[in-house]
Each structure stands twice: as structure tokens, then as C-alpha cells.
Design a protein around this ligand. Structure first.
Ligand code: DX5
Ligand code: ZN
Length: 220
């Protein structure tokens, strides 16, 4: 069964604790927390103090997606603020910088992931595959919720599934961007284990139905 990771980016920031409780009750497995710095992506979202508050409000597994330049500078702070897993974009620093960030998070007892933007080839994950617990494939340009799913990323999702399997690695494959009850079936078929969904969950009044509709998506 695929895991569902609702993205808080589309939640009501005035009541994040209640939103988290609702998606937990809805049966979602991860809580996806999008961090943007206005440099790596052309938008600014939420950061360390918000994560700290949210950590007190929920015991859900928090999957932090760092869309920030040179994340090694802030990895310790996100870890101590309460991340369970920290995702680093491979484009955000040199290979050494990303490896250093991954190792720092692991030393602090956290799970880690590497993330690729749509234009980044599948093979870019290879230097990190032996180190991480998860690979996150973006199916929109990072920066905003509510964008349309990029169907041209499906072959890359399949390729990364093969790379993970042929390396015998115990690594989850997560997909983020434009995933809804319609596109989820294609993402699942391509080999994803974890589906991030922002607007397709928080844009619906009934969050439990929204989570189940994505999980049980069937190809049209
Ligand atoms: C985009 C974020 C996503 C976003 C997904 O930069 O990384 O997590 O919230 O939103 P939807 O599901 O609406 O595309
Ligand atoms: Zn995200």
C-alpha cells in the first residue's frame, strides 16, 4: 500500500495543529513540510520556528522538504526543531555539500532523502543512493502548490525505481507535485511508495475521503 504525505503548504497556516490532527485522523502516513528560501525557489514559505511549534502539536512522521540553497547551513536546526526525515535537493549544493548535510542529519538520528527537480536526470541520485532512506522526485517545478502534474516525469520515476531496486537499497520513492486522485494511479504504476499531495488533500473539505481517493486511484 502506498503512503500518503499531505503537504502542509496548502493548509491553513493559522491552524496548523488542527490541520495536522485532521490528516492524521484521515490515515495519512507522513506530514510533508515544505521549506522555501526565496533563493533556491522563487517563493518563501515556512521554516524552523513553525516546525518547532508543529512538533509539539503532532506525533506524525514529519518529512521536511528543504527547497533552500546550501542546506548544510541549516540542517542541524531543522533536525532539532523536530524533523523525522530531511530531504535535500541535489541541485542545492556541490555533491560534497549534500553528502555533508546527509551525514549530519543521520548523526542526529534522522532519516534522509535526496530530491530531484524536473530537469535533473535520474542518475544524479547515484552518489547518494547508498546513504539515504528516500528519493523524492518532483513532478512540478518546486516553489508553489496547485500546479499541474508533469507527465513527462513518469519515465524518470520508473528509471529511479529501477536504480533503487538494482542497488538493492531499502529506499522509498516519493513523488511530489500535482498528485491527485487522477494522476496518483500513474505515479503508483511507475513505482512510487510515497505520494505527496497538497491541494488534492487540503483543498477538499473531507480530508479522509481525499486521502483514500488518492491511495485508491485507478488508471482511467
Ligand atoms: C512544491 C512543493 C509541494 C507542493 C505540492 O514546491 O514541494 O510539496 O506543496 O502541492 P500540490 O500537491 O498542490 O502540487
Ligand atoms: Zn514538497
Amino acid at each position: 500500500m502506498v503512503k500518503i504525505a499531505p503537504s502542509l503548504l496548502s493548509a491553513d497556516f493559522a491552524k496548523l495543529g488542527e490541520e495536522a490532527a485532521e490528516i492524521k485522523a484521515a490515515g495519512a502516513e507522513y506530514l510533508h513540510f515544505d521549506v522555501m528560501d526565496g533563493i533556491f525557489v522563487p517563493n518563501i514559505s515556512i521554516g524552523i520556528p513553525v516546525l518547532k511549534s508543529l512538533r509539539k502539536a503532532t506525533d506524525m512522521f514529519i518529512d521536511v522538504h528543504l527547497m533552500i540553497d546550501r542546506p548544510v547551513r541549516y540542517v542541524e536546526q531543522f533536525c532539532s526543531a523536530g524533523a523525522d526525515l530531511v530531504n535535500f535537493h541535489v541541485e542545492a549544493d556541490s555533491e560534497e555539500g549534500i553528502l555533508e548535510a546527509i551525514r549530519m542529519a543521520k548523526k542526529l538520528g534522522k532519516k534522509t532523502g535526496v530530491t530531484v527537480k524536473p530537469a535533473t536526470p535520474a542518475e544524479a541520485i547515484l552518489p547518494f543512493l547508498g546513504e539515504v532512506d528516500l528519493v523524492l522526485v518532483m513532478t512540478v517545478e518546486p516553489g508553489f502548490g496547485g500546479q499541474s502534474f508533469m507527465y513527462d516525469q513518469l519515465p524518470k520515476i520508473k528509471r529511479i525505481r529501477e536504480l533503487i531496486d538494482s542497488n538493492g537499497a531499502n529506499v522509498e520513492l516519493e513523488v511530489d507535485g500535482g498528485v491527485d486522485a487522477k494522476t496518483a494511479a500513474l505515479v503508483i504504476e511507475a513505482g512510487a511508495d510515497v505520494l505527496v499531495a497538497g491541494s488534492a488533500v487540503f483543498g477538499k473539505a473531507d480530508r479522509a475521503a481525499a486521502v483514500e481517493d488518492i491511495r485508491n486511484s485507478v488508471k482511467e
